[in-house]
Design a protein around this ligand. Structure first.
Ligand SMILES: CC(C)(COP(=O)(O)OP(=O)(O)OC[C@H]1O[C@@H](n2cnc3c(N)ncnc32)[C@H](O)[C@@H]1OP(=O)(O)O)[C@@H](O)C(=O)NCCC(=O)NCCS
Length: 185
């Protein structure tokens, strides 16, 4: 089965495919320095991201074939894309994988909890997954708290597995099983 991005609507959000009209919103959150604090080093500007967007869109469209995609998080009240949720599935193991990031102007309003929770629900129900996992870098308290709030358990640590500004950081592994998600829901 392919990972297909479908429209998922929640109270305040629509999780959907990226499209051509999202170039400026995409460039705004991708060039947000706060969003990159616990992700790989990068020095791209907003203009770089606007310029690369058509190529990125083409990549997203191709990736449906090999099972990796990104949901755009569209905020209904402002009609704006405020971030993404990355989804991938390792089919032989019924194993899902997530990543997430939001424009920092929209943090602390519960949007990530609302959007990611709807996507987890969709993935467990539609793809018959047994487990979903995410890695979070050492120091990324917001993402660790989000994972725990969603019901993930911390499972292990890959010591000094990531490099940021010349320093090695641990990568912390979180996972949730479908049986645990059913209890939460
Ligand atoms: C991790 C991230 C997506 C969280 O986004 P967010 O939308 O701020 O998350 P939420 O609002 O759902 O939750 C954040 C806090 O807001 C609180 N909150 C939830 N609803 C709220 C509301 N309506 N009003 C005020 N605060 C609220 C939550 O309780 C939570 O607090 P806590 O962390 O102290 O428990 C965001 O910080 C981010 O993009 N970080 C950088 C991306 C990154 O590092 N990605 C790497 C992937 S691992």
């Amino acid at each position: 089965m392919k990972v297909k991005i479908v429209d998922i609507e929640t109270e305040r959000l629509i999780l959907r495919k990226f499209n051509e009209a999202d170039a400026n919103d995409y460039a705004e959150f991708m060039s947000d320095k706060r969003m990159w604090e616990f992700q790989p080093d990068n020095n791209k500007t907003k203009k770089d991201y606007i310029n690369e967007f058509p190529k990125v869109l083409a990549e997203y469209r191709k990736r449906t074939k090999i099972g990796m995609q990104r949901y755009a998080i569209f905020l209904k009240s402002t009609q704006k894309v405020i971030g993404y949720v990355g989804v991938a599935v390792n089919w032989p193991n019924n194993l899902g994988r997530l990543s997430w990031a939001l424009n920092s102007k929209f943090w602390h309003k519960g949007y990530a909890t609302e959007g990611v929770s709807a996507i987890i629900n969709y993935m467990f129900n539609t793809y018959n997954l047994h487990r979903i996992e995410i890695n979070v870098w050492q120091g990324n308290e917001a993402s660790q708290n989000l994972a725990l709030r969603l019901g993930f358990k911390q499972e292990g640590v890959d010591r000094e597995a990531r490099r940021k500004n010349g320093k090695y950081l641990d990568s912390i592994n979180f996972g949730i099983l479908s049986s645990e998600w059913k209890v939460i829901k």
